[in-house]
Design a protein around this ligand. Sequence first.
Ligand SMILES: Cc1cc2nc3c(=O)[nH]c(=O)nc-3n(C[C@H](O)[C@H](O)[C@H](O)COP(=O)(O)OP(=O)(O)OC[C@H]3O[C@@H](n4cnc5c(N)ncnc54)[C@H](O)[C@@H]3O)c2cc1C
Length: 480
Amino acid sequence: MTAPQVRSIEEPARKIPVAAEYDVLVVGGGPSGLTAALAASEDGLRVGLVESRSFVGGNMTIGLPVLGFLGQKGNRIIDGLPEAFIQRLRDERDGASEHRPCPLHMGITLVEPEAVKTVALDMLTEAGVDVLFYTFFAGVVMDGDTIRGIITESKSGRSALLARVVIDCTGDADVAYRAGVPCEKGNAQGGMQPPTLMFCLGGVDTDALRMSIANSPPEARTYLTDFIPAEYFGQNHQFIVVGLRELMAKAKAEMNLTIPNERTIIITGLKKGEVWINMTRVAGTDGTDARSLTKGEIEGRGQIDDIVTYLTNYVPGFEQAYFTKTAPFLGIRETRRIKGQYVMTQDDVLSCRHFDDAIAVASYPIDIHRPEDNGCTLIWCGDCYDIPYRSLVPQKVENLLVAGRSISCTHEAMGAIRVMATCMAMGEAAGRAARISARGNRPPSEIDVADLRRQQLERGVYLRNPDGTRAAAGARHPAS
Ligand SMILES: Cc1cc2nc3c(=O)[nH]c(=O)nc-3n(C[C@H](O)[C@H](O)[C@H](O)COP(=O)(O)OP(=O)(O)OC[C@H]3O[C@@H](n4cnc5c(N)ncnc54)[C@H](O)[C@@H]3O)c2cc1C
C-alpha cells in the first residue's frame, strides 16, 4: 500500500524580531515551570516564563489534588519552594488543605484551582519573572547542538526569545524534541496512559458519601474502595474515593451506560459540596497531536452525561448533585520523555534507589492507567527513591534542562515520578541548576552537582542521607 500523499507548501524564510533576552527562559508554567522560574530568579537573574494559556498552574488547575508531599512511611519528603507555595495558598486564600495521609496515594493535598492561578502568578511577578501568556512555543534557535533561544507564535506574530539556559517544562518535551533531543513515547508498544477531562459537581453531601463507605457492613461492601480501608472514610472529611467497582458495573448494566472506566474516582474539593470527577478516559489520544487532542476533548466531553447519571442515581451523597463545570483543558497523563544522561527505571523506583546526584526525593508508587484496557497498575516500593540530576539533563543538546513529567525515565518510572509535588521539586532543582549554569558560564551538563545539592539543602529542599534520614544543610554528602 502506498502512503497517502501529503500536500505541502514552502514557507518563505523571514526575519523575526528578538522580543527579549534572558539569562534563564522557562517554557511552560505548570507545577515544574512555576518552581523552575522561582528558583532561577532567586538572585536577580533575568528570567522569562512562556505559557500558552492565560494562567499558570498547568494540571494543578484542573481539579486534581497534589500528590507526593508525603512518603510511603507517612513522612513529608518535599519541602523548599513547593512547600512554600502550598503554605502561601493556605495562608492567603484558604487555597490548600493539610497534607493528608491516604493509604492509596500516600498523601493528598487538596488545592483550589483559582487560588493556584492567583498565588502562583503573584509569586512569579514578585520574584521579577517576566511572564508571557498567550504565547506558544513554536521552534528553537540553535547554534549547532546548543540551544540559544526559542521561537514563539502569538497574537503579536512570530518572535524569538533568547536565553543562556532554557528549561523545558511543557510536560511534552516540546522544546527538547524540536531541539533534536532523542525522545520516547509510551510503553514498548507505544501506548500512552489515556487522558481525562476532569469535571466538577456541586451539591454533593460528601459526609453521606464517606459515612456510607465507613458504615458499610463487611459482608456487603458494595462501596469497597481500592486499597483504602472503609474505616479511613469515617475519620477523614477530605478524601479521594477510588473504587465502587460493583456499584458502577450495576449502574452500567441497569441503565445501559457507557463509561470507559472500571473505577469510580471522586475527589473532594475545598468548597463545601464540591467534588471533582476523574473518570472520563479517552484511550489512544496523542497529546502532541492537535487533531488527536481535539478528538480526545470531544470524546471526553461526550462521556460526562453517563457518568453524572451513574453518580446521581447510584452513589450515596449525590442525590442532589449537579454538574457545574469542566476543567479548562483535557488532562494529559503521558506523552514524550527525553533521553537524558541517565534514564530512570522501574527498578530504580522499586529498589528505593539512592543517587549521588539526587536533587529530589519521591515516593509515589508506580501508577499506570493502562493504555491497553480500562484498568490500572499500582506498585509500591515501601519507601522513597531519589530523582537524579542527570535525568534532567538531555542527551545531545547543550544549555537545555527538562523538568516535570517528561524527564528521562521509562514508561514505568514515569508512572511514579509524574505527580505534581515531585514535578515541583524537579522544577526547583532545574531552576537552581540553570542559575548556577548561567552565573558560572558553564552548560548545565558541566555544573558542579555537589554545589547544586548544597544550594538545594540551604534553600530547604528535602534530600536523603544514605541511611534514609533527612540530609541537613552543611553536612557532607555523597556527591561533595
Ligand atoms: C487526569 C490526570 C489526573 C492526574 N492525577 C494527579 C493527581 O491526582 N495528583 C498529582 O499530583 N498528579 C496527578 N496527575 C499528574 C500531574 O498532573 C502531571 O504529571 C503534572 O502536572 C506534570 O507537571 P508538568 O509541570 O510537567 O506539566 P503540566 O502540568 O502539564 O504543565 C505544562 C505547562 O506547559 C504549558 N505548555 C505546554 N506546551 C506548551 C507550549 N508549546 N508553549 C507554551 N506553553 C506550553 C501548558 O499550558 C502547561 O501550563 C494527573 C494527570 C492527569 C492528566
